[in-house]
Design a protein around this ligand. Structure first.
Ligand code: NAD
Length: 496
């Protein structure tokens, strides 16, 4: 059984304390991952400190060249990376390829860093004074990432952080740790100097050591809301820049004027893709009117029963296993609670044959109808293949329902009415909005982030916000007085 290592100063480093890594499709232990202590974190910081000043002074165009090569290497080894993702996470290979491609978009965006760092310039901002502002790297920055996107979420962070001139320390999820090591190897092959990208595996101990280290200037976190909040607070106490993206409960509002066939088939993908283990998964369909709900539930119910489920590494499947036994049991527990609370269980994923027949952590697609806002399956993030249908009378009721929820990550409206779509986009209190687009994950040149309990911090992830997050602005004013100019002392506040 392979023992994974940290990646520090360009070398593999073993650890003393370990956790098992499991294949969710078979429940087999497939590796052991070391858990870093504070001394290991310190080692990574030392290695980063030794190289970052030289990297900071390397022209952005040369830094970008590394990202061009890294992109090509990710594409070259895409199949291998997707196999690693699927083996540890459980998602199907095609879905892993989708995540990797979306991740690579962020590397492409980072290739444009010379343009993004150009800054602003004013000639003659005052008499004989030129002023410009530029972006300077922060130094050493860190990222803490969740299990559900082992490639994409780290790629939201480190390509831009490094391209901006920082050194980056990644603490990936201990449940899906191998992809980050593969990316570290590829960055080395792409010519990134040793120490600029490092991987430390671990749990709370490692994360707290990163937050408390004065040399780490900024933290990007993606994961569950309670951890996001705790990291945001502790980071802020330490005077750090923090962006902490949390959990979600994403609603799709389905109006009576929508193309219901299209809404049903795209909702199947948005609710059950990746077994619902996506922060942008749709987990609530709010149907305006009973006729809309009846038609949608009939169509989704029929399709949900026929989804092909199995080990993610097999081709042609729709859904793989959930990440681990505890999580599968938690999701099954929510199904139990929903049924006990009186919601109508239209399709029960616990009855899927693989749940009994396989040692893996499988659960079929589940559909609830007539869910009410006070029950736990509506309030909480379940993070599994469970879709709840809530019936409301009017479109305004639907908007009010979405706005009252604690989370505000993504949402979507299905409609053919432009006026309604515009009203939705304006009134909805959610960070990412789709109009007939159920997974409105912005492309890499826009930023990603939710509102309310889905994000703590000011700046969103990737896109233009990433340049702002991983740099600090400096405004420089310069004047070259004429030789021998007889200038009088000026005591008033200078103005133009
Ligand atoms: P998680 O919060 O359990 O773990 C995320 C990271 O934090 C991991 O690296 C983990 O090791 C670390 N961690 C866990 N507990 C910690 C603690 N007490 N102190 C310090 N660090 C700790 O999340 P997860 O289960 O890996 O991922 C699923 C969650 O992530 C869901 O809530 C999902 O919505 C969310 N998510 C959000 C986004 C987004 O963009 N908003 C994207 C993907 C996932």
């Amino acid at each position: 059984m392979p023992t994974l290592t940290h990646w520090i100063g360009g070398e593999r480093l073993e650890g003393e304390r370990h956790l098992d890594v499991t294949n969710p499709a078979s429940a087999e232990v497939i590796g052991r991952v070391p858990m870093a202590d504070a001394a290991t974190v310190e080692r990574a910081i030392d290695a980063a400190r030794a190289v970052q000043p030289t990297w900071r002074d390397t022209p952005p165009a040369r830094r970008a060249q590394v990202m061009f090569r890294f992109k090509m290497l990710l594409e070259r080894d895409a199949d291998e990376i997707c196999a690693l993702i699927s083996r540890e996470h459980g998602k199907v290979l095609e879905d892993a390829m989708g995540e990797l491609k979306r991740g690579i978009e962020n590397v492409e965006y980072a290739c444009g860093v010379p343009e993004l760092l150009k800054g602003e310039y004013s000639h003659n901002a005052g008499p004989g004074i030129d002023t410009w502002s530029n972006h300077q790297p922060l130094g050493i920055v860190a990222g803490i990432t969740p299990f559900n996107f082992p490639a994409m979420v780290p790629l939201w962070m480190f390509p831009m952080a490094i391209a901006c001139g920082n050194a980056f320390i990644l603490k990936p999820s201990e449940q899906a740790p191998s992809t980050s090591l593969k990316m570290a190897e590829l960055l080395g092959e792409a010519g990134l100097p040793v120490g600029l990208f490092q991987v430390i595996h671990g749990d709370r101990e490692a994360v707290e050591a990163l937050i408390d280290a004065p040399e780490v200037k900024a933290l990007s976190f993606v994961g569950s809301t309670p951890v996001a909040k705790a990291i945001y607070r502790r980071g802020a106490d330490n005077g750090k820049r923090v962006q902490a993206l949390g959990g979600a409960k994403n609603h799709a509002v389905v109006r009576p004027d929508a193309d219901l066939d299209n809404a049903a088939s795209t909702l199947i993908g948005a609710a059950y893709g990746s077994a619902g283990e996506r922060c942008m998964a749709i987990s609530v369909a709010v149907c305006v009117g009973d006729a809309t709900a009846d038609a949608l539930v009939a169509s989704i119910g029929e399709q949900a029963r026929t989804l092909k489920i199995g080990p993610g590494t097999e081709k042609g499947l729709d859904m793989g296993a959930l990440v681990n036994a505890a999580h599968r049991d938690k999701v099954a527990g929510y199904i139990e609670q929903g049924a006990a609370a009186g919601a109508e269980l239209v399709v029960d994923g616990r009855r899927h044959p693989l749940v009994e027949a396989s040692p893996g952590y499988f659960l079929g697609a589940t559909l609830f109808d007539r869910v009410t806002p006070e029950v736990s399956i509506y309030r909480d993030e379940i993070f599994g293949p469970v879709l709840c249908v809530v019936r409301v009378e009017t479109f305004e009721d639907a908007i009010a329902l979405v706005n009252a929820h604690q989370y505000g990550n993504g949402t979507c409206v299905f409609t053919r009415d432009g006026e309604a779509a515009r009203r939705f986009a304006d009134a909805i209190e959610v960070g990412m909005v789709g109009i007939n687009v159920p997974l409105p994950v912005p492309v890499a040149f826009h930023s990603f982030g939710g509102w309310k309990e889905s994000l703590f911090g000011d700046l969103h992830a990737y896109g233009p916000d990433a340049v702002r997050f991983y740099t600090r602005r400096k405004a420089i004013s310069q004047r070259w007085p004429a030789r021998n100019a007889q200038e009088k002392a000026q005591l008033n506040f200078p103005s133009s």
